[in-house]
Design a protein. Structure first.
Length: 364
């Protein structure tokens, strides 16, 4: 991996030929947030936000989906002051692999609370600059210094910039249990849903002769506590799929019994502000012994198309997995990776204290 220094600017082609570029922020401090910002046509849009809880997270972006006037910045924010940072590093990723990095610590700062660490911009080709430019205020100070304002529109990039393709501005991967990301709720009258997708694959159980007997059947579900005090469970087992147009404004789209559906199973939170907290879980109904057999992955997508990905990489023998805890915090929704394994619904409920009564059920 190439070592970069503060103040250095380097053509990306000297580091990688990939257009899938990302940053991994490996800095520890309680309350630290880091943001991936996209500036284009006078607007600065937060393409992804990661709230630091002692873990690390990744931001990724497709450069070939952006026009050359775009500028991508990695910004950190700490209300108690950046001088309280421990020593860490920022790593430049290409197609998910590290290609360069630089060190940073509290010694780089004095009274600053926000800093732009690095940026990607186009000048005779895409380039990377290492800045560590600090600001005394919080995120608004960076926006003002960059000459933009937060864009209130749903799509932060003009249609010509993406040539009709779906824009994937940012992808944040929560690798470790306890890592979390945030999604900002709309400050405008338009309500933007949050989609939770579960995909899996696998060959299923086999007979003594090596013949496949059944495909893995996973079920996506959730335990929800609403702002009005109601609590409910949404899952295919039991037949309650929720509703898009009435309370609880959360809908499970289908029961995929084989993993062969192109889009897996989806829970959509149509009115996130109505929810207090939600535990998203999955369980193996039949066809596999453990989650290690099914390559399951959870992806949350916000109103802009930004993704928070939760890979399941600590599978155990239990067939029930608490995937993520989603909580409303002011004007934000926080998503925390759980990946905790249980013997079933009841012990999971006991751990998270929802207080449901459970009975044994089977699908038709």
């Amino acid at each position: 991996m190439n070592t970069l220094v503060i103040g250095q600017r380097i053509p990306l082609k000297e580091l990688t030929s990939s257009m899938e570029i990302g940053f991994e922020v490996q800095i520890h401090a309680a309350g630290l947030k880091h943001h991936l910002m996209v500036k284009q046509e006078g607007s600065v849009v937060p393409a992804g936000t990661f709230t630091h809880g002692g873990m690390q997270g990744k931001h990724e972006i497709q450069l070939d989906h952006l026009s050359p006037d775009a500028r991508i910045s990695v910004v950190i924010e700490l209300p108690t002051g950046l001088k309280n940072l421990s020593t860490g590093q920022v790593v430049l990723l290409a197609h998910g692999k590290p290609v360069a990095g630089f060190q940073i610590s509290g010694r780089n700062f004095t009274t600053e609370k926000t800093a732009t660490l690095a940026e990607i911009y186009f000048k005779n080709g895409w380039r990377c600059g290492v800045l560590c430019q600090g600001y005394s205020g919080l995120l608004a100070s960076v926006l003002q210094a960059q000459g933009g304002v937060l864009a209130p529109v749903q799509s932060p990039v003009s249609p010509s910039a993406v040539s009709g393709e779906k824009l994937n501005l940012s992808k944040l991967t929560l690798e470790k249990q306890g890592a979390s990301g945030t999604i900002e709720l709309s400050k405008h009258s338009v309500v933007h849903p949050i989609n939770i997708n579960l995909k899996w694959s696998g060959q299923g159980r086999s007979s003594w002769f090596g013949l496949r007997t059944e495909s893995p059947d996973l079920d996506l579900g959730c335990m929800v506590e609403m702002q009005n005090g109601d609590s409910l469970v949404i899952q295919a087992l039991g037949g309650y799929f929720g509703s898009r147009t009435s309370h609880p404004y959360i809908l499970l789209d289908k029961d995929d019994r084989s993993g062969n559906s192109a889009d897996g199973e989806n829970l959509t939170i149509h009115q996130p502000a109505q929810m207090r907290r939600m535990l998203v879980y999955a369980f193996i109904y039949e066809g596999a012994s453990t989650f290690a057999d099914v390559n399951a992955k959870v992806t949350l997508t916000d109103q802009f198309g930004n993704e928070i990905v939760i890979p399941l990489n600590q599978a155990r023998s239990e067939r029930f997995c608490a995937l993520a805890l989603i909580q409303k915090e002011g004007s934000n929704i926080r998503i925390t990776k759980e990946e905790r394994y249980f013997q079933g619904h009841r012990p999971c409920d006991h751990h998270y204290n929802f207080g449901f009564s459970w009975t044994v059920g089977r699908k038709d």
